[in-house]
Ligand binder design. Structure first.
Ligand code: AMP
Length: 369
């Protein structure tokens, strides 16, 4: 292991980032504002958003040892923008340079089953779940979760990919075939009142700061809107902060992470943990004293965490695929803050941009979408 960071990383030094999408882009912009440089390792096809924003780009696969070596040589610290980077790459980097967050949170959150067991070990409620490694496990898993349920691949799923809803036991085999008979996790369906998330940060000395509880809506399993304030009261925010604090401490986490919840009555049921900055925290760019991106840079560089106070009510809307073509129209709205990711092709389902509308505190105009 490389030595832990001794003292704060200073302006002029360089942060290495694995991944070149919009999250890397917004991290690079935040780092630049603080006088820090960024070097990104990602294959060219995944790097459009970050090109022209980072100081340097290494066009290579995540497991390319010579590129990882070069990344380590240039970086005072390395971080990642998505949870599907290979754990081996992070371990290799960590032998040469500090990496934050480390490989532990990555290993756990890359696997839905390990993630759920980790949460259960902390006494944090999740949907009922069971392991489906072989076809023979389906019946016992179904009995454990009840129906409806959702069969999800343990690894590699995102934005609704790698999951199939199952209405009754006799549909399990079909779902299993559809997912390619890979190790999976069966989850009981949660009849939720709504969905929410917390974006939180933990510093190198265990300091903790979290943004307001955010209320989220999804379309086709992809995040559509995030709004603050959420419709739930302050006690729910406290509960969510407490859950995030416990998760952060258990991982000995350094950096920003998100926890997604299903809300049922006054209960918070954890859906998943993202060991990175998160789409539901994009509103912080325009609605909070410190953005989640600056917060992540501060946390991993050993700087004091920034204030998480909200200065505006806000609603973020993702622009998916062709919706990005509305940018010129949106530019006419005086409370709309547009963030375009610089992607060339507006493929269906692709996150191309987001817009955050803000209002003075307490003036959010309507109900959530
Ligand atoms: P995921 O990829 O697991 O984050 O799921 C994406 C979305 O699918 C969630 O935000 C929910 O809207 C829905 N979903 C996933 N799992 C469940 C569940 N166990 N019960 C109800 N809805 C779910």
């Amino acid at each position: 292991m490389a030595d832990p960071v001794q003292g704060p990383i200073e302006p002029g030094q360089t942060i290495g980032i694995l991944g070149g999408g919009q999250l890397a882009r917004m991290l690079a912009l935040a780092a630049a504002r603080l006088g820090l440089k960024t070097i990104v390792l990602a294959p060219e096809k995944d790097s459009r958003p970050v090109l022209g924003v980072a100081w340097r780009h290494l066009d290579a696969d995540y497991d390319d040892k010579s590129a990882l070596k070069e990344l380590a040589a240039h970086s005072a610290i390395v971080t990642y923008e998505f949870e599907n980077v290979p754990v081996a790459a992070v371990k290799y980097l960590a032998s040469r340079v500090p990496v934050a967050p480390g490989h532990g949170p990555l290993e756990t959150t890359q696997d839905r089953l390990l993630e759920k067991r980790f949460l259960a070990g902390l006494g944090i409620e999740t949907a009922r779940f069971d392991d489906v490694t072989h076809a023979e496990d389906l019946a016992t898993a179904g009995a454990a979760t009840g129906f409806p349920a959702i069969l999800k691949t343990r690894r590699g799923g995102y934005d609704g990919k790698g999951q199939v809803k199952v209405a009754a036991a006799d549909e399990l085999a079909k779902a299993w075939n559809e997912l390619g008979k890979v190790p999976s996790c069966l989850e009981g369906f949660v009849a939720f009142d709504g969905e929410a998330s917390i974006v939180a940060a933990r510093g190198v000395n265990g300091e903790f700061a979290a943004f307001d509880l955010t209320e989220n809506t999804h379309r086709n399993h992809i995040l559509w809107t995030s709004r603050v304030p959420a419709r739930w009261n302050g006690a729910m925010t406290e509960k969510a902060h407490d859950i995030a604090r416990r998760i952060g401490a258990a991982f000995d986490y350094v950096g920003v992470f998100a926890v997604e919840f299903f809300v049922v009555g006054n209960k918070l049921i954890v859906n998943e943990i993202a060991p990175r900055v998160h789409n539901s925290g994009h509103w912080t760019l325009d609605g909070a004293e410190t953005s989640q991106f600056e917060q992540h840079v501060r946390a991993i560089c050993g700087w004091p965490l920034g204030a998480t106070r909200r200065h505006s009510d806000a609603e973020m809307t993702n622009l998916i695929g062709e919706e990005v073509n509305a940018w010129a129209k949106l530019a006419e709205e005086d409370n709309a803050h547009i963030h375009l990711y610089g992607k060339r092709e507006a493929r269906p389902g692709r996150k191309m941009a987001h817009v955050t509308r803000t209002w003075p505190l307490g003036r959010f105009p309507g109900k959530p979408a």
